[in-house]
Design a protein around this ligand. Structure first.
Ligand SMILES: [Zn+2]
Ligand SMILES: [Zn+2]
Length: 299
């Protein structure tokens, strides 16, 4: 990500990119899902039901649920064979047209993801830990914009919500890949509002949000807020909501961190990440985390 995003005009809009309704295997009607996020203070929502024949390949029209301060982005979680485990891919597509053609009988996950990108979607590799994915799976979807660094439902249901291992290995490959936190809420357990993105845009409007997502103009969080981040004299200066940890991580075991009780700013030396990538994290006293997008540094 370009850290200038923190200085640019516009504001951060809060959104959940991965959600299910009764149209596939979720519990609530689409309208109730939208109302839940609207009432929780979200600015936008992507309802992403499973794009499968047994649900008649739904792209749910959520436009009726928009208000003057809440918008929706159409999307779906698409599926096709086969990941390294021989199972169906789970690929999150945010920003699909309502008439996105159904999955072809012989279409692979990579072909389907490429078609979604071509149709304008922001595409992410969903819940890599829950799916048991490995680096070859990440390499098999070179068109994906992002990896789910955190999936709330997978974390709550089976403690497999972490995607950092795949994200970091792809970054070490030299890949430009972004990190998103999502709910993947089905409303079976209290799985809503546990992980979201904060997207910097000039307006809360689907095309502006999608462009900002693709550009990496966002961070992900379970609660902590990142107010600013800039590199001054070889150090990262972060301002945030009260934190107990501010950390930066990079290739291999490279990491720097500071700890305190209610840190609202921190400075991290970046010399060990020179010529390579780093990303930074903030955690609060409730062990909720925020994740930046990766930053590449010149040598
Ligand atoms: Zn899934
Ligand atoms: Zn899902």
């Amino acid at each position: 990500m370009n850290l200038d995003v923190f200085k640019r005009p516009g504001r951060f809009f809060r959104g959940n990119l991965h959600t299910h309704s009764k149209i596939s295997d979720g519990v609530l009607e689409p309208e109730a899902v939208a109302a839940h996020y609207r009432d929780a203070g979200y600015d936008f929502l992507a309802l992403t039901d499973h794009f499968l024949p047994r649900y008649n390949f739904p792209i749910v029209d959520t436009r009726p649920f928009r208000t003057n301060r809440f918008t929706t982005i159409l999307g779906a979680e698409v599926h096709a064979p086969a990941n390294s485990q021989g199972e169906m891919w789970h690929i999150l597509c945010v920003g699909l047209p309502e008439d996105f053609p159904q999955t072809g009988k012989t279409e692979t996950g990579a072909e389907l993801a490429a078609r979604a990108v071509e149709a304008g979607a922001f595409v992410a590799i969903a819940h890599p830990q829950w799916s048991g994915l490995n680096i070859e799976d990440g390499r098999a979807l070179p068109m994906a914009h992002a990896v789910e660094v955190y999936n709330n439902t997978c974390a709550l249901e089976s403690r497999r919500g972490d995607g950092a291992f795949l994200l970091d290995q792809l970054l070490c490959d030299g890949r430009d890949i972004l990190a998103i936190a999502t709910d993947d809420a089905h409303f079976r357990v209290g799985d809503a509002c546990g992980g979201w993105v904060m997207v910097k845009a000039e307006e809360n409007e689907p095309s502006a949000l999608l462009a900002a997502l693709k550009a990496g103009d966002f961070y992900s969080t379970q609660g902590p807020e990142i107010h600013s981040a800039e590199i001054v004299g070889g150090a990262l200066h972060v301002e945030c909501s009260p934190a107990v940890t501010i950390a930066a991580v990079g290739r291999g075991s490279r990491a720097v961190n500071i700890h305190g009780r209610a840190l609202t700013r921190g400075e991290l030396a970046l010399d060990r990440f020179a010529g390579d990538w780093f990303r930074f994290l903030v955690s609060d006293a409730a062990d909720r985390w925020a994740w930046s997008n990766p930053v590449r540094l010149s040598a």
